[in-house]
Design a protein around this ligand. Structure first.
Ligand code: NAG
Ligand code: NAG
Ligand code: NAG
Ligand code: NAG
Length: 413
């Protein structure tokens, strides 16, 4: 499902205060709420997809046995399809989603073979047949659960009805078979009405769950990190929304361990004007900062090569215009014609604080200055103990996330 770029979609970034009292048993780093408005929109996309899918419908050969009669339908060809209307809605009573497919019709042409065998009576015949199904409808309610961090789905109820079935035989003995038209049509209708639900329930309970059990719940980032967005609880369905709680925790890919802190509770939210609400708590950012610092990821060696073109010689000790040798003359004096490397490494886990007004992040680092002299040797110069604090304001304007830096503070020891 793709909800971006629609003018009706407003993605709200809800900024949370940090000192929220825990109220629910399960807290999560990310929460997503698809409202009934969003489900109506998703339903319209699903309807279009079903219509497109039906254009290239292929029905496999069918066969069956009914008492002494065995039959088969082969070479089934779709003559025409009346696309169904499809609607998905929240069903709070059954705690599920209800899918109603209605007004579906199809006409098919196929070759048939039938054999009747009872004691010494054996009849076998074949020919071609046209079958029309009209006014077919299906109502399916599916509920959701949770299995190994993934959602699971199961059918809660299913009913199908077929308004009208028409069967017409063609070819040699068609005249005889068409005498039984009425009986066959009723029988076929009863058979199909139960078969439709059997097929659909199997699709949901087996095929859909199999697909869900393979759903990815991690994204690997930069080969170092895993972002776990698996479910922490079964999806919840109410009369106005479907809600999913995701873990939203970063791990070090090579050493997957739980962070020593848990997400705060997300405050209640009653608004449901938008299609989709996404709560991103500071938990994800905090777990990222935690593993990044503890696994030495927040390290960087800065040399002339990393500087933009017009500042390429800034870390030289000797220069005519502007370089570090001019800023700290002692370095130029002691190590002329050399270049300086800045070895930066974090000294504490950066902090991130999200409030209703702004996001503040603080980081602490040591910067070792090392001189590389023309003879290829290195000389330690000094260490700068740096702290950096950055405050930004985030807001949504014209459906874009806008981040404004409202204050920063640097200090060097
Ligand atoms: C930076 O340089 C030091 C000394 O050469 C080295 O030990 C360290 O691994 C380097 N760090 C990075 C991130 O390349
Ligand atoms: C910086 O020094 C290197 C040699 O160490 C030299 O090749 C380069 O031209 C210098 N760059 C500037 C802008 O002075
Ligand atoms: C950020 O928000 C907090 C509380 O909402 C406030 O105390 C603080 O002054 C704000 N910081 C900046 C730089 O606006
Ligand atoms: C750097 O400064 C922090 C406080 O800003 C201090 O706790 C830490 O010990 C200092 N580190 C060094 C190496 O001076």
């Amino acid at each position: 499902m793709y909800l971006c770029g629609q003018s009706v979609v407003r993605l709200l970034l809800l900024l949370l205060t940090t000192n929220v009292m825990a109220t629910s048993a399960v807290n999560s780093g990310v929460k997503m709420r698809l409202t009934s408005k969003g489900i109506t929109y998703a339903s319209s996309i699903a309807e279009a997809a079903i219509k497109a899918e039906l254009q290239s419908l292929h029905i496999p050969d069918q066969s069956g046995q009914d008492g002494h009669l065995s039959w088969s339908l082969t070479n089934i060809q779709t003559q025409s399809v009346n696309s169904p209307s499809s609607q998905i809605t929240l069903d709070p009573q059954q705690e599920g989603l209800t899918w109603v497919l209605s007004n579906f019709g199809i006409s098919l042409k196929a070759d048939w073979h039938a054999k009747y065998k009872k004691a010494w009576i054996k009849v076998s015949d074949h020919g071609s047949v046209s079958v029309g199904l009209h006014d077919v409808s299906l109502t399916l309610t599916a509920g959701f659960g949770q299995k190994d961090e993934r959602p699971s789905i199961y059918s809660k109820s299913c009913s199908a009805s077929i308004g009208d079935v028409s069967i017409d035989f063609h070819g040699g003995t068609a005249v005889i078979w068409n005498l039984f038209k009425g009986i066959l049509e009723r029988k076929f209708r009863d058979l199909l009405q139960t078969r439709i639900c059997e097929i659909v329930v199997k699709l949901v309970n087996e095929d859909a769950n199999q697909a869900l059990s393979k759903m990815k719940v991690y994204i690997q980032i930069d080969n170092c990190f895993l972002l776990d967005y698996g479910l922490v609880a079964a999806p919840v369905i109410t009369s106005t929304y479907l809600e999913v709680l995701n873990k939203g925790e970063f791990y070090w890919a090579a050493d997957k361990q739980e962070c020593p802190f848990s997400p705060d509770a997300i405050p209640p939210w009653s608004e449901d004007d938008s299609m989709l609400y996404v709560w991103l708590t500071e938990y994800a950012a905090k777990t990222f900062a935690y593993v990044a610092h503890n696994h030495g990821y927040l390290r960087y060696n800065l040399t002339n090569k990393n500087l933009p073109g017009d500042q390429a010689g800034y870390l030289n000790t000797t220069c005519s215009k502007m370089c570090i040798g001019k800023v700290i003359p002692q370095i130029a004096k002691e190590y002329p014609d050399s270049w300086v490397e800045l070895q930066i490494k974090s000294t504490a886990v950066p902090t991130i604080q999200i409030t209703t007004e702004n996001i503040t992040s603080s980081a602490w680092a040591d910067i070792d200055l090392v001189a590389h002299t023309p003879d290829g040797s290195t000389h330690y110069l000094l260490t700068l103990n740096v702290s950096l604090s950055l405050t930004v304001q985030a807001s949504i304007a014209d459906e874009k996330l806008v981040v404004v830096i409202v204050g920063d503070r640097k200090s060097v020891v």
